[in-house]
Write a protein that binds this ligand. Sequence first.
Ligand code: UD1
Length: 429
Amino acid sequence: MTDQASYDQFRVRGPVSLRGVVKISGAKNAALAAMCASLLTDEDVVLSNVPAISDATDIAELITRIGGAGSQEQGGALRLSGRGVHSTEAPKDLIKRNRASFQVMGPLLARHGHAACPMPGGDSIGQRPIDVHIDGFRALGAEVDWSGDRWVASAPRGLRGAQIFMDYPSVSGTQNVLMAAVLAKGHSVIANAATEPEVRDLAELLRVMGANISGIGTQWIEVEGVPALRGAAWSVMPDRIEAGTFAAAAAATSGTVRIEGAPIASMEAPLAKIAAAGATVTRDGEAIAIGPGRSPLDAIHLQALPYPGLPTDLQAQMTAMLTQAKGESHIFERVFDNRLLYVDELRKMGADITVAQTRSAAVVRGPTRLHGTRVFALDVRAGAAVLLAALVAEGTTVIEDIYHLDRGYERLEEKLRGLGVEVERVHGV
Ligand code: UD1
């Protein structure tokens, strides 16, 4: 995030009914982990379909700052490797602003027997402990201590395969521990592993790099450690969250949108819920067509859960969509404990939403006429929710702090314009 970008805002003119075709970019959460995996080898890992988002720029910077190799090919692919790494200390500024960068810890520990990382920062969406990562490294034989300002892990004689039980099926925890286990000596089992498609994508990349992994995509991942990994060429899976965001936006605006290149097989939950609310959802090869259906939409209930449940990363956008649905929709957030803060922003626009005292459930009453006003993108998905609301709102919505959106959505205003949205990025002063 540059100082300039930190003050950028979007001005969105509504209401608009989305129309056209949108092409989905590579998945943020798969790409960031794949970039970290390049530290596991001295050979080149060439990653295509990495989205041009600021979170990816941060990880590339981290890799090169600790000495690793990083360059961009013509055509956009990233060529990365752990060749030349001279430091196993992850820079504090990068770890603080980008939580995913904590995932360099597993690869560094596995390859160099040492890794140090400050406590990761990231979005304010509730408690984000990292005990699952730390417990996994300890199970693999590392000594891990909090030194007052950073986690320090060491395993001078290398990691050993182990039986690992994850207290919670953490997405980045599973990715981090898996990246450590692939070079550990012997057999590992990761029980209660996260089954998110982005974990599967990483595991498949690791397999192409020579790792011996089975149970990919299940809650029991088994690894037979290998002494070294090799380079690979890999195309990152498409982003189901970006695809779901455009699908919800199309449904909210009674639009007609063809979403191309989406990972449809991993989008059952959002597509089922959008169809239940009354939009037309057609799966057509690798494209999803969203069209107008019942008008207004119908209220539905939904709960954000680990995969294959509805992704927590789509909860806010679905809530924004449901402001246009008739009746009372009940929303339950079951992954993070404070991920409804964006509701206050939607209320400023006229939404009728009540949040339960537990802060993990909300009731949306609709349909409501939203109006443009000044709102904040509180995190990447909260930002997507206010953007979606801006599309249905009367008048101009000014969205502040859009650097959050830049962290997760590639070429967002260009894609929106392609669907008929009048959106302008205003650089702050
Ligand atoms: C990843 C995604 C994020 C998504 C989330 C849940 C990346 C870069 N980010 O975040 O977009 O919203 O998965 O799908 O991949 N937990 C623990 N102990 C831990 C770790 C997590 O109890 O050590 C709990 C958290 O408090 C939270 C839940 O697990 O309630 C989910 O967190 P986790 O799956 O770890 O999310 P991230 O990997 O940080």
